[in-house]
Design a protein around this ligand. Structure first.
Ligand code: NAP
Length: 315
């Protein structure tokens, strides 16, 4: 069992910023990266809206720099995946696939994952024509026909990215208006490779070994039709990664961890930051900011604990 004053779970902008702030303040800090060190930004191409990079920066490079910066100030970046968490006793316990940790303060920064359509045929084709990441898989569809499902910023960014590879991109949206920002909408409308299919939902994914088409339903007329596509990119939003904590911490009705304005959860000394507790902004810069706030609060409470005689005998 390894003990740290502060343990952070998740290595996106929230977790890494928290690690930077806490370690720089002299707190013994470890961060469990999980399977994808760097988080969801590792899968994006250029990040154009993180302040300080007027020419943009690749998601990968941005995250690598954040990791280096946290390590430079003494944070222990541990490439392990948390598989169970016990918040009912203090110090809190976190088990990974290869070790066990205890900590006086915990910051949960586990992010959010893509939502899926929930069709039985969808599972069959994951990795065989269904994807949630155009940046990762777009190059597989050079010269092919693909569709993107969704009408938010992610869907439009995915569609625009795919036009660099595919010869045609259908954008299938369940309403007749996009949720994406105007700037993105305009870029998509101006792109000849993108064809919008409005008021339509995907009701089945077709194929033998790989995806060869989809069945869609027009929600106004109720009519079904088939569309031949080689790839389906699902971009219908995200769900928070809270399964490790679900029965131990207060979540809202969509599964996000409930935090106050100081990133505190309902459990003393447990904080949450980034997309796992943010369904509104979900930006790298807001995640980093919430990670900073969580770390400042954790450092403050740890100092109070120390004043009261920390480390206690159980450490
Ligand atoms: P989102 O904004 O929640 O959009 C999800 C889209 O999927 C909506 O158009 C929704 O339709 C549709 N949808 C949801 N469930 C569906 C279902 N079961 N079947 C069919 N369609 C469904 O999610 P997002 O696009 O992933 O964006 C998440 C957050 O990240 C947002 O805050 C967004 O602004 C942000 N983001 C920002 C950038 C950027 O700034 N460059 C890039 C990507 C994401 P309705 O519209 O009908 O609800």
């Amino acid at each position: 069992m390894r003990h740290f004053e502060l343990l952070i779970i998740g290595a996106g902008p929230a977790g890494l910023t928290a690690a930077l702030y806490a370690a720089r303040d002299g707190v013994e800090t470890a961060l469990l990266t999980g399977d994808l060190p760097g988080g969801a930004l590792m899968l994006t191409t250029t990040v154009e809206n993180f302040p300080g990079f007027p020419d943009g920066i690749s998601g990968y490079e941005l995250m690598m720099r954040m990791m280096q910066q946290a390590e430079k100030f003494g944070a222990n970046i541990v490439r392990e995946n948390a598989i169970s968490v016990d918040l009912k006793t203090h110090p809190f316990r976190v088990r990974t696939n290869s070790d066990e940790y205890s900590c006086a303060a915990l910051i949960i920064a586990t992010g959010a994952s893509p939502k899926m359509l929930g069709l039985p045929s969808e599972e069959k084709f994951i990795g065989r024509g269904i994807s949630t990441c155009a940046t990762c898989d777009g190059f597989l569809y050079r010269g092919k026909v693909v569709c993107v499902i969704g009408g938010g910023n992610t869907a439009i960014e995915e569609a625009l990215h795919l036009t660099a590879h595919a010869r045609k991109v259908f954008l299938i949206h369940r309403r007749d208006q996009l949720r994406a920002t105007k700037a993105l909408q305009e870029r998509a409308f101006a792109n000849e490779k993108i064809e919008f299919i409005w008021n339509s939902v995907v009701i089945d994914i077709l194929g033998e070994e790989r995806v060869s088409g989809i069945k869609i339903r027009d929600v106004i007329s109720g009519q079904d039709r088939q569309l031949s596509v080689d790839g389906v990119f699902v971009a219908i939003g995200r769900k928070p990664n809270t399964s490790l904590f679900a029965d131990q911490i207060r979540l809202d009705d969509e599964g996000y961890i409930v935090v106050d304005e100081l990133q505190r959860t309902n459990i003393p000394m447990v904080f949450a930051a980034g997309d796992v507790s943010d369904k509104t902004f979900r930006q790298a810069v807001t995640a980093a900011a919430s990670g900073c706030k969580a770390a400042i609060m954790a450092v403050r409470y740890l100092a109070e604990l120390k004043e009261a005689g920390y480390p206690p005998p159980w450490v």
